[in-house]
Design a protein around this ligand. Structure first.
Ligand code: ADP
Ligand code: 5GP
Length: 189
């Protein structure tokens, strides 16, 4: 492989992007490695530090912003910071792999802007906001407050879809998984 590429999956929370990203990561032939973001939100019971996220306190997160450690960062929800560490990209490319991102829509477009044609930016679109809310409820990971915050933000985030390289509709999961695989494999060549 010449230079490692970057695959960005962005979407409103609850669209199913993490599910699709995990599917892609399970395909060794795609040579993808997940960019582990840092966040100051609380860890969910099924998550592992260093695998799903680097869980930092808000204070530690702000220190690392000041140190210039982030390629991009955002306060996605009030007091909940998320960001991509520059060191992650270096680590993954030095392993000869392509970087797989699961980031919010603004972060995704920010990364696309920095890497241009080396990056493929995919917007994962749910069939509707109602279905997104159903999925978040069924996932049972959020408090009612957190869930409503995510659903409330989703309509705003949908407006960014057209700025992505591709819109991938996640209606039937099996179909969406296959389409995701096709897109990524065509992009990395
Ligand atoms: P995100 O990372 O976008 O927040 P997740 O991948 O966690 O979304 O998906 C949200 C929930 O919806 C999860 O419980 C997941 O199993 C479920 N889900 C994902 N895709 C589909 C689909 N096509 N149909 C029904 N449920 C889905
Ligand atoms: P969650 O709390 O559900 O894991 O993620 C909330 C949102 O933050 C999702 O849209 C997720 O993609 C986004 N996110 C995760 N990591 C990053 C990151 O490094 N940067 C940005 N900008 N958003 C991120």
């Amino acid at each position: 492989m010449a230079e490692g590429k970057l695959i960005i999956f962005s979407a409103p929370s609850g669209s199913g992007k993490t599910t699709l990203v995990h599917h892609l990561l399970s395909k060794p032939e795609l040579k993808l490695s997940f960019s582990v973001s840092a966040t100051s939100r609380a860890k969910r019971p099924n998550e592992t530090h260093g695998k799903d996220y680097y869980f930092l306190s808000a204070e530690e997160f702000k220190k690392r912003i000041d140190a210039g450690d982030f390629l991009e960062w955002e306060e996605v929800y009030t007091d909940q910071f998320y960001g991509t560490l520059r060191a992650e990209i270096e680590r993954i490319h030095s392993e000869g792999k392509h970087v797989m991102f699961d980031v919010d829509v603004v972060g995704g477009l920010n990364i696309k802007k920095q890497f241009g044609d080396d990056a493929l930016a995919v917007f994962v679109k749910p069939p509707s906001i109602e279905e997104l809310e159903n999925r978040l409820r069924n996932r049972s990971t959020e408090s009612e407050e957190s869930l409503l915050k995510r659903v409330g933000k989703a309509a705003e985030e949908m407006k960014y879809a057209d700025q992505f390289d591709v819109i991938l509709i996640n209606d039937d999961l099996e179909r969406a998984k296959q389409e995701a695989e096709k897109l990524v494999s065509a992009f990395i060549g």
